[in-house]
Design a protein around this ligand. Structure first.
Ligand code: UD1
Length: 341
């Protein structure tokens, strides 16, 4: 019996594969490598000393997808695969709806056909949009305000409908806050192909000299220092949360949402300060206009995950910065051995 991980070569996916292998599961990965690198999985095998099976295919290709179900005894699925850039989703909404929604429908159809009904879905705190209050609990209203966020919300609803149609399904909808950091080995981590959109990889690329200066998007938010507050969570804690959710799904039926965060919020300036402390470097920054679509503060009420999954994030902000920096310094060009011209 094996766990199928779609998008397993990506940032959160490969850390989750590592935790699954360490916990003794057999792991099968499907990835189309459109925004990931097979080297991440090679390194997961190197770190764990265990093998995983990799299929290079697209979930939109139903025929190939079916062969994976034919060739393996799959017990449960963790579904990461999908497009994830907010700005890009505004420009190309159809490709987001096509890729994220259709691939999930294909996957569920195949799971149904092969009677695989344990499912863990990679959702996002983005589904909350501008929160009415913080900390955000799972019952908060959902107001995703961009196509990417709406695909996550729609998929959550599709999965609820699926459960309504057949109560034998067990489905966990995991809403991540802001994953950062890397495995403590420094061998796997976040590998943005272009100039990073997200704060942590931007900071590490400034620190290593690939980028000149960090732009801080606004210091006039109603927060303690005027910069945006987020719930940063170490990617290894997040990966462990998936294993906990999977274990729970194996023993129950139903659809449950869980926030995965630390429950603590840090401002942009506080994250910069933590990084400077850990690295001993100064991060040059300038304050610029707010980024459209950004919110002042977002952090999680994590009590449900603690209560029902027995999971809490254990790594603090300095550990997140230390591991992100270790990954960046050991891999200045990510999974490429040198920058391709
Ligand atoms: C973003 C996405 C969110 C996605 C998440 C994945 C947007 C609007 N939201 O969340 O949908 O799930 O990434 O991790 O893109 N900041 C700077 N300078 C930078 C980059 C960021 O000041 O160069 C600030 C932002 O204004 C924000 C904080 O840093 O206050 C965190 O930003 P980011 O890492 O992009 O995450 P989110 O915007 O929370």
């Amino acid at each position: 019996m094996a766990i199928l991980v779609t998008g397993g070569a990506g940032y959160i996916g490969c850390h989750t594969c590592l935790e699954l292998l360490d916990a003794g599961y057999d792991v099968i990965v499907i990835d189309n490598f459109s925004n990931s690198h097979p080297e991440s999985l090679r390194r997961v095998m190197e770190i764990t000393g265990k093998k995983l099976t990799v299929y290079s295919l697209d979930l939109l290709d139903k025929k190939s997808l079916e062969t994976v179900f034919q060739q393996n005894q799959i017990e449960a699925v963790i579904h990461f695969a999908g497009l994830k850039a907010v700005g890009e989703s505004v420009l190309f909404p159809l490709s987001y709806y096509q890729t994220n929604i259709l691939s999930t429908v294909n996957l569920c159809e195949m799971m149904k056909r092969y009677d695989v009904k344990h499912f863990v879905f990679s959702s996002s705190a983005t589904v909350y949009g501008i929160p009415e209050q913080v900390p955000i609990c799972e019952k908060a209203s959902l107001r995703a305000n961009n196509p990417y966020g709406r695909t996550k919300r729609m998929i959550e609803e599709i999965l609820r409908d699926l459960f309504q149609s057949d109560p034998n399904w067990s489905i966990a909808l995991l809403r991540y806050f802001n994953p950062i950091g890397a495995h403590e080995s420094g061998k796997i981590g976040e590998n943005p192909k272009e100039i990073p959109n997200n704060l942590m990889p931007y900071i590490t690329q400034v620190a290593i000299g690939k980028l000149q200066v960090l732009s801080i998007y606004g210091n006039d938010y109603p927060t303690r220092d005027g910069t945006g507050i987020r719930d940063y969570i170490h990617v290894v804690d997040l990966a462990k949360g998936h294993v906990k959710a999977l274990e729970k799904m194996m023993t129950t039926t139903g659809v449950e949402t869980y926030n995965l965060g630390t429950g603590k919020g840090y401002s942009v300036l506080e994250l910069v300060a933590a990084f400077e402390k850990v690295s001993g470097l100064k991060i040059p920054y300038k304050i610029v206009e707010r980024r459209p679509g950004d919110i002042a503060a977002s952090f999680a009420d994590v009590s449900k995950a603690k209560r029902e999954l027995g999971w809490v994030a254990s790594k603090g902000i300095e550990e997140m910065c230390r591991d992100a920096w270790k990954w960046q310094t050991q891999n200045p060009y990510g999974y490429e051995s040198r920058k391709e011209q």
